[in-house]
Design a protein around this ligand. Structure first.
Ligand SMILES: Nc1nc2c(ncn2[C@@H]2O[C@H](COP(=O)(O)OP(=O)(O)OP(=O)(O)O)[C@@H](O)[C@H]2O)c(=O)[nH]1
Ligand SMILES: [Mg+2]
Length: 193
């Protein structure tokens, strides 16, 4: 076959590929939502998001500042902005709330009483914050695989004492999800709104 015939054949193949792709049309766009993910350091925010993105848990390190991950689901993409939970970062959390369409709060169910009290205060502030108080709010009680993990009843009590939102809270819905790390099990999740 001459060089001319070969290039004609490639051109024709290009045309066929182009036509196949064009006729197929682009896949329907999935809606995207911007969420903010907060919780004390070590509660497991990065581990949870890494798991949802099918990434290795070995690469998880404490978040300095913030980090954003696009978490793909069948019907939507969640752009989740995780804010590091260390003491010196938490005071800046509220600067990063703007534009959020939903909130994920991760709790360490097995933390010390002092840390749980700090988490409760942060949860309380987030639930009352003007930029978050009307948004769908998900609370994940993580670290349920540990022997020191508090029961759902204890966590429910702790959460309900923080439930003074700027609006009448909708019905509380407890659901369960696989934990971010550790052995298989179920972690309680509370959904508001
Ligand atoms: N046993 C157990 N360990 C967990 C769980 N979730 C996270 N971890 C571990 O807790 C440690 C801290 O997890 P991270 O995901 O970095 O916590 P983080 O909330 O992102 O912390 P900061 O980024 O510092 O705010 C890691 O060693 C995780 O492997 C869990 O459900 N069970
Ligand atoms: Mg982190």
């Amino acid at each position: 076959m001459s060089d001319l015939r070969i290039s004609e054949a490639f051109l024709y193949m290009d045309y066929l590929c182009f036509r196949a792709l064009c006729c197929k049309g682009p896949p329907p766009a999935r809606p995207e939502y911007d969420l903010v993910c907060i919780g004390l350091t070590g509660s497991g925010k990065t581990s949870l998001l890494s798991k949802l993105c099918s990434e290795s848990p070995d690469s998880v390190v404490s978040t300095t500042g913030f980090s954003i991950k696009a978490v793909p689901f069948q019907n939507a993409i969640l752009n989740v902005k995780e804010l590091g939970g260390a003491d010196n970062i938490r005071k800046y959390w509220s600067r990063y709330y703007q534009g959020s369409q939903g909130v994920i709060f991760v709790l360490d169910s097995a933390s010390s009483e002092d840390d749980l009290e700090t988490a409760r205060n942060e949860l309380h502030s987030a639930l009352q914050h003007p930029q978050l108080c009307t948004l769908p709010f998900l609370i994940l009680a993580n670290h349920q695989d540990k022997p020191a993990a508090r029961s759902v009843q204890e966590l429910q009590h702790m959460v309900s004492t923080s439930l003074t939102r700027g609006q009448t809270p909708g019905p509380l819905r407890w659901e369960y999800a696989a934990p971010a790390t550790g052995p298989p099990g179920k972690s309680p999740i509370l959904l508001l709104n």
